[in-house]
Design a binder for this molecule. Sequence first.
Ligand SMILES: Nc1ncnc2c1ncn2[C@@H]1O[C@H](COP(=O)(O)OP(=O)(O)O)[C@@H](O)[C@H]1O
Ligand SMILES: [Mg+2]
Length: 306
Amino acid sequence: MKTILQTSRLTKSYGAKTVVSDLNMTVQQGDIYGFLGQNGAGKTTTLRMIMGLIRPSAGEIELFGTPLHGNKNKAMERIGAIIEYPGFYLNLNAADNLDIHRRMMGMGNRESIEEALEAVGLLEAKHQKVKQYSLGMKQRLGIARALLHHPELLILDEPTNGLDPGGMKEMRQLFLELARKRGITFLISSHLLSEIEQLANKIGILHRGCLLEEIDYETLQKKTRNYLDLNVTDEKKAAFILEQKLGTTDYVIAGSGGLRLYDHLDRPDLVSMLLAQNGVGVREMRLAGDSLEDYFLKLTGGESSA
Ligand SMILES: Nc1ncnc2c1ncn2[C@@H]1O[C@H](COP(=O)(O)OP(=O)(O)O)[C@@H](O)[C@H]1O
Ligand SMILES: [Mg+2]
């Protein structure tokens, strides 16, 4: 797997205030990387450094295996981005807006406009003036503009901000489709855990300028698994019965009667019956587990991101 982006000890300070601190992040080819952090965490600052829009105070950025410093233009040819709210000429239609951008940037050809509009589902609306566009359509037009030069990496700063749930869902579907069909790698920031959770295969959690964790979605799911939290008269005997009668070893003995069963969550009745039938009393049983939200709250010391 190719590494698309790697930062090492990336730092940005304004005066005495460090807003991004020693950040090591890695985005691999094909990732949909969710860059999660509450407002003020330093997401935009980080993305702006990666785009070469502001200069780091310390640390390095590598894009496509090459240091950004000294190779900015080459790197940017392979990147599409929406960092700030995309501005458009409201009295012009979508196609003309893209054409102006294309000529200004000296890239692509006219066909690339149709292609980009098609990719974001705006081909039908291409002759409509942008002022008649909904916010969701404008966002999609922003994506189309970022796609004009066929980038390998799309960097999107809170692309679903301000959209209603329907619009958010459409955006997620668009990103997944672009990733799948065109093999585009995504770096997407958000302050909403629920957004990132439904989209990303890799999540970087930024808190007060520090990357607390960079984790695969699958690993994160395992850490936040649900279980049946049992209190029984004899946990060792209970474990033996679970293995013999239910054929599961997916449990953890917690001591003093405690046992966590990660299996058969939908059959607490069966579990308690089998234990009782085999001479183990069940004092208590409940469904437990950290939600992703709980996990995130613990990591950030109780400050919610949403
Ligand atoms: N040009 C600047 N000068 C001073 N402080 C800044 C500047 N830009 C951003 N900050 C501060 O850096 C912190 C992180 O901001 P930002 O990167 O915008 O966070 P996020 O995008 O995660 O909401 C904030 O406290 C913000 O006030
Ligand atoms: Mg921001």
